[in-house]
Design a protein around this ligand. Structure first.
Ligand code: PRP
Ligand code: URA
Length: 231
């Protein structure tokens, strides 16, 4: 995985340029607001309430970036003053899909931005010994093949959960998938790039590595437990 800074060639899409560090299919949103909120989330002293609020706020900021390339079309609008042409969203409808549990906090926030989006859920947990994903639930919009899919999970560690979720989405017919994560490990990004090179990723940060238990270092701990207060 190669990440480059903002002064990269003009061939990179302008949306990615504004986001900060880019490389291949990964956009790292380096905006100071995003980085500040993430730093507070990392703090072991940050409690459940604040952690949850920050995860929601960060999700909105990541979505703002991830949805930068939504199509628009000029439509006629009658303002109180005159009639003129203005951009309105067009193109494929959207689906937000959460990897349970932790991804729920992200879709719950993002649906405020795109209230017409349909929402899907893929239940996976990571076996603590093997670190492999175990599937327990799958409910997707029936017309997912016709929608642009934004898949959410705060943590991309080994990448096993995200790869399994993407496989389910593709089996259901999805052809346009963007993965949104708060924090990613290089190992997880490399796995997505290898298994699903068509899937773009939008993340707030890429950390150093995984520890022996598959946790992201320096990381923020177990996202699900910190969101739901289960540990
Ligand atoms: C966490 C996280 C991801 C997964 C990442 O979920 O939310 O889904 O681990 O790990 P991976 O990239 O190595 O697969 P967890 O299994 O803890 O389940 P939870 O969301 O129910 O807490
Ligand atoms: N899942 C988490 O919640 N945190 C990690 O660091 C790795 C996987």
């Amino acid at each position: 995985m190669t990440l480059r800074r903002q002064d990269r060639p003009a061939s990179v899409a302008s949306g990615q340029a504004r986001a900060g560090i880019v490389g291949g299919m990964v956009t790292v949103v380096t905006h100071p607001l995003v980085q500040h909120k993430l730093s507070v989330m990392r703090d072991v002293h940050t409690g459940v309430k604040e952690f949850r609020e920050l995860a929601g706020e960060l999700s909105l900021l990541l979505a703002y970036e991830a949805m930068r390339d939504l199509e628009t079309v000029q439509e006629t609008v009658q303002t109180p003053i005159t009639q003129a042409e203005f951009p309105m969203l067009s193109g494929k409808k959207l689906a937000l899909v959460a990897i349970l549990r932790a991804g729920l906090i992200m879709t719950d926030a993002i649906v405020q931005l795109v209230p017409a989006a349909k929402v899907g859920h893929i239940g996976l947990y990571r076996d603590p010994e093997s670190l492999l994903p175990v599937a327990y639930y799958n409910k997707l919009p029936t017309d997912i093949a016709e929608r642009r899919v934004f898949l959410t999970d705060p943590m991309l560690a080994t990448g096993g959960s995200a790869v399994a979720a993407i496989e389910r989405l593709k089996e259901a017919g999805a052809t346009s998938i963007k993965l949104m994560c708060i924090l990613a490990a290089p190992e997880g990004i490399a796995l997505i790039e290898r298994e699903h090179p068509d899937v773009e990723m939008v993340v707030a940060a890429v950390d150093s590595h995984l520890n022996d238990h598959g946790y992201i270092v320096p990381g923020l701990g177990d996202a699900g437990d910190r969101i739901y207060g289960t540990k």
